[in-house]
Design a protein around this ligand. Structure first.
Ligand code: PDD
Length: 287
């Protein structure tokens, strides 16, 4: 089955879908993106991702490319045309195409919009979650506005590759104080030695994960105690449980950090419960 991508108003065969060489996303990483999980052809946490997209655009003064309804139609149509039942849909909006020059282009330059969607078998994530995955640590060398979901992801790419080079699934980035900020494409969580669920607060220089926010709602409903506070690499290595969250990864148990076994080396009970509850709620509320 051939894939299709939406590029600036046109659905094109995926292999022919291109943007201009002077697209500011290509030249300057001057753009933002969102990723939605797709369950049974429907998007999870829809409003949260849409709201964050608008915030990212606003923070960077990129024009909103189309109405929310129009964008929703494009996202749904891209999922439909690619026959994606389970997987992700990806949206990128850049500051558009203009002769290469650092300042913003002339007002009225239309933003570029790209949407792609791909199938990812749900069974793959379930198999990984059943066993748990390895995490390594890596220095956080990113800029000071990681709350904006920009396509400037080179430090994240280097961190993820460092993980892959060591046979691990994810890299948890570490700030100058030795505290974990977040994963290269996920938010980081532990159940600490006192049994408290911990994740870094969003005053810090991290992305305000939409999956993270959904988990926080579930945590409240389940009566689990949450301490929204940074944790160190040592605390993470001594944790009872560790996991990370993101669209596509959902809630993924980490069973080792830099080769140090977490808990008994198996996905822990709080992690497993939160994954189940998250999947139930995300499926139920998908649009
Ligand atoms: N990444 N932190 C970073 C640095 C991320 O890139 C992401 C998402 C998250 C989790 O956010 P959310 O729960 O809203 O997906 C945290 C996406 C999936 C990606 O880059 O593909």
């Amino acid at each position: 089955m051939s894939r299709v991508a939406y590029v600036n108003g046109v659905y094109r065969p995926h292999r022919e879908a291109t943007v201009h060489v002077e697209d500011r996303g290509f030249q300057f990483a001057d753009g933002v993106y969102e990723v939605w999980s797709v369950f049974d052809g429907r998007m999870a946490d829809f409003d949260g991702h849409m709201t964050r997209l608008h915030r990212s655009l606003n923070e960077l003064r990129i024009d909103i490319p189309m109405t929310r309804d129009a964008l929703t139609r494009v996202l749904k149509e891209t999922i439909r045309r690619n026959r994606v039942r389970n997987g992700i849909v990806y949206l990128q909006v850049t500051r558009g195409t203009a002769r290469r020059d650092h300042p913003f282009p002339a007002p009225g330059t239309p933003p570029s919009v790209v949407v792609t969607s791909k199938s990812i078998p749900f069974s793959r994530s379930q198999a990984q979650a059943a066993k748990g995955v390895a995490v390594v640590t890596y220095p956080d060398i990113r800029w000071g506005r990681c709350d904006i979901k920009t396509v400037g992801l080179l430090p994240n790419v280097l961190a993820k590759q460092a993980a892959r080079d060591k046979g691990a699934y994810e890299a948890w980035m570490v700030d100058e104080m030795g505290l974990i900020t977040e994963g290269s494409s996920t938010n980081a969580w532990i159940v600490d030695q006192d049994g408290k669920l911990r994740t870094r607060d969003t005053q810090a220089n991290i992305l305000r994960g939409i999956t993270r926010a959904a988990i926080m709602d579930l945590v409240k409903a389940e009566g689990i105690e949450l301490d929204e506070r940074p944790f160190s690499v040592d605390e993470a290595k001594q944790a009872k449980e560790a996991f990370f969250t993101a669209a596509g990864a959902f809630v993924m148990p980490a069973i080792s950090i830099d080769g140090v076994r977490i808990g008994d080396g198996k996905p822990g009970p709080i992690t497993t419960k939160l994954r189940e509850r998250y999947l139930e709620a995300a499926r139920r509320d998908a649009v």
